[in-house]
Design a protein around this ligand. Structure first.
Ligand code: ZN
Length: 717
């Protein structure tokens, strides 16, 4: 061993001891206990157990409303009781579920072709022959029986229809054929756009350029989608209001008031089907009309045309959309000292088919997390605060179960919840992709420093840095990354965090390991795919459980909540600068918003300093900690505007919402007003933002002063 190497070993060995003394939000003594709890938790986790859970969840198709999915709800409840979770119960919500009665698509001209609407079984994955695999459909599609000419409309976004108009291609009364797109655009927005354009129906297909052979080898030889794979999915307009379409804004408890389907804002009026490229190709290659623009040409070896006359299809969709139960499973570990402060963890259970990645990977990680938490409890290690675990239903239909549960327990959640930690898919590859509201992002980075990437043995934070710099480079960011870049703080919709963040003002975190994944929502997304490509050995599933559980324990045990409002301020500034860049000069005065952010950031720094100073001295008086922690929860609630954002009153957060495509949308009320060039509305929205910033600067300052005053007194006995 060379001398240099020996020195390096000594330095490395010294680091963990140092960092054990410093744990954000913890006094030195509680930090030692916390480290021990996290180590004990990690030691229980087992990749083999995760694999067993995954096997169970992927054994049969289990869409929302199906008998199998309800059976899995009872199974989870039973397992949680065995694991030692407390207050385990099933919440029933009567919601509009969706299934097809019959679907067909026949090209009637210029040649006859009947779409199979089925995926081909593969010997390499015998489950693809499972008798319960339903024909593909779009969730909450309308019913229709129409014959019309077909127009190719690229991604089906509004700008695509503008191109068609320029080319003189009529869309009204026709059936539009659009592709799933990259970057992702929620299929429900494609349906709404087609409906607004007066189309008679919509077909959404998977072009190989998006998720098939253009990207790489296809299943079973690689992770990408084979010829006949179909991306199922809902087209619910849940970007207007999520949850059960018949109870917008209130819980679908049995017997609850319902609106008429004709009055439901989130119900599509258009009928549609998803297609494999195998079924779309005969249509595309027979199209007439102008050659489609270069950017619209896909991965098939044909010349894509706009169509409009020659290809005619008969689309027949008979849906069986009716009210039936969804079940949310809830279990807890009651807090030893602060049972009325909650950390909520959740994952959805329902899958379009087997749900190998989406969501059974997450369900497996959830079950392993609860198993280890139960073991800790049995060993006498109860967290100080309550951990609430939820298995959601109907996420795939309209974020339904989580939304109904959030509306059901609205008041309690707003009073008690510290954070919601969501895991949808836990692993489809090795790339860690955490997201969080700005105040929680630094905590996620701190945790990533403490874990190892199983493949490289490197600290997880380095793997994260590499993955983020690649992702940001693709967005054109060239500068070296700082810690503020590592966690995605721009949060859209498309999963169960939505009700917590956007409706209730509860800070959220989302965790996933990502990778090449071309079988999303298809029959091939199953156990075999996961074991060949996604996460053979289940190391990333297990790491996710470790990270998720450790994060829950940090929030569940901290002396003072480790929320970083100075970091939040820096992120808010970048939100405002993005908006300013996109706004014509002189139209919108953002100076007071900018000044408000500066003040908020400085208050955040003062709070962090006061917290660190006080905690470094040792234990903090329980009543003082309780008061300050309650204030910190209130800061997050203060971002809500009770009136909601203009046009979408259910979405109440002034900093976060999603576009209709599910893409992230920051400062939503203000940004949408500016994009509409409605400067009066924009000024009104800016004023709402200024008030929220002022309220929170005052509150954070008051909390900092409270801690500083306490810190100048003799230490608590
Ligand atoms: Zn999912």
């Amino acid at each position: 061993m060379s001398r240099g190497l020996a020195l390096a070993v000594v330095l490395c060995a010294a680091l963990p001891a140092n960092s054990a003394r410093r744990l954000v939000g913890f006094a030195p003594e509680s930090a030692v206990q916390q480290r021990a709890a996290e180590a004990a938790f990690a030691a229980i986790l087992s990749p083999d157990r995760v694999r067993d859970w995954h096997r169970t969840f992927t054994a049969e198709p289990h869409p929302a409303g199906s008998e199998r999915n309800n059976e899995l709800a009872r199974y989870i409840a039973e397992e949680w009781r065995k694991q030692g979770l407390e207050d385990v119960r099933l919440h029933r919500y009567d919601v509009l579920n969706t299934a097809p009665r019959s679907v067909s698509l026949v090209m009637v001209a210029p040649v006859r072709y009947e779409a199979s609407l089925r995926e081909e079984p593969l010997d390499a994955d015998p489950e693809t022959r499972h008798p319960k695999v339903a024909p593909a459909f779009l969730g909450l599609s309308a019913s229709a029986d129409v014959e019309a000419a077909v127009v190719y409309a690229n991604s089906g976004n509004p700008e695509d229809y503008a191109v068609l108009r320029d080319q003189g291609v009529e869309v009204a009364g026709k059936i539009v054929l659009v592709r799933y797109s990259n970057p992702y655009s929620y299929r429900g927005f494609k349906a709404l756009t087609a409906e607004r354009e007066g189309a008679a129906g919509i077909l959404i297909y998977s072009d190989p350029a998006e998720d098939g052979f253009t990207r790489g080898p296809v299943f079973p030889d690689g992770p990408w989608g084979p010829e006949s794979h179909i991306q199922r999915g809902a087209i619910t307009y849940d970007f207007i209001v999520p949850g059960d379409p018949l109870t917008p804004g209130w819980p679908s408890l049995p017997g609850a008031r319902q609106v008429k389907p004709a009055d439901a804002l989130s119900l599509p009026r258009i009928a549609g089907l998803p297609l494999s490229w195998k079924d779309a190709k005969p249509l595309l290659e027979n199209m007439d009309g102008p050659v489609a623009p270069k950017a619209w040409q896909g991965g098939l070896p044909i010349e894509y045309r706009l169509g409009g006359e020659r290809v005619r299809v008969r689309l027949k969709v008979v849906m069986d959309n009716r009210v039936s139960p969804n079940y949310v499973v809830e279990g807890r570990i009651r807090g030893s000292e602060l049972p009325d402060e909650w950390v909520v963890l959740g994952n959805h259970r329902d899958a379009w088919v087997f749900g190998g990645v989406d969501p059974a990977s997450g369900s497996a990680s959830l079950m392993e997390t609860t198993r280890a938490m139960g073991e800790l409890l049995k060993a006498g290690k109860r967290p100080r605060r309550t951990l609430v675990f939820c298995s959601w239903d109907g996420e795939e239909v309209g974020l339904t179960g989580s939304t109904e549960w959030g509306e059901h327990f609205k008041d309690e959640l707003m009073a008690k919840a510290i954070a919601y930690l969501n895991v949808d898919s836990s692993a489809s590859g090795p790339d860690f992709q955490p997201d969080a509201v700005g105040s929680l992002a630094p905590l996620l980075v701190a945790l990533a420093r403490e874990f190892q990437d199983p493949a490289s043995g490197q600290p997880l934070v380095e793997a994260l840095r590499a993955a983020r710099s690649k992702a940001l480079a693709e967005e054109g960011v060239k500068r070296p990354l700082t810690d503020d870049d590592l966690v995605d703080v721009r949060i859209g919709s498309g999963s169960d965090h939505t009700v917590f963040l956007n409706h209730l003002g509860i800070p959220t975190v989302g965790l996933t390991f990502d990778g090449p994944y071309g079988v999303y929502h298809s029959v091939y997304d199953g156990f075999v795919w996961m074991n060949r490509f996604g996460d053979p050995g289940y190391r990333y599933h297990t790491l996710l459980s470790q990270y998720w559980g450790s994060l829950a324990l940090r929030l569940g045990n901290a002396d003072l909540m480790p929320f970083d409002f100075a970091a939040f301020g820096r992120h808010l500034r970048s939100f405002v600068e993005t908006l300013a860049k996109a706004t014509p000069k002189g139209r919108l005065d953002l100076s007071r918003v900018r000044a408000g952010i500066d003040a908020f950031e400085m208050a955040g720094t003062r709070l962090t300093e006061a917290t660190d100073r006080l905690l470094a001295k040792g234990a903090i008086a329980p009543d003082l900690a309780k008061r300050v922690n309650q204030g910190i929860r209130q800061v997050e609630r203060n971002w809500l505007d009770p009136d909601g954002i203009p046009g979408r009153p259910w979405f109440k957060h002034t900093l976060y919402a999603a576009r209709y495509t599910y893409a992230h949308l920051e400062l939503p009320g203000l940004t949408e007003a500016a994009e509409d060039q409605d400067w009066e509305r924009a000024a009104g929205q800016a004023a709402i933002l200024e008030q929220a910033l002022k309220r929170n600067t005052d509150l954070v300052d008051e909390l900092a002063r409270t801690l500083s005053t306490a810190g100048s007194e003799p230490p608590h006995p």
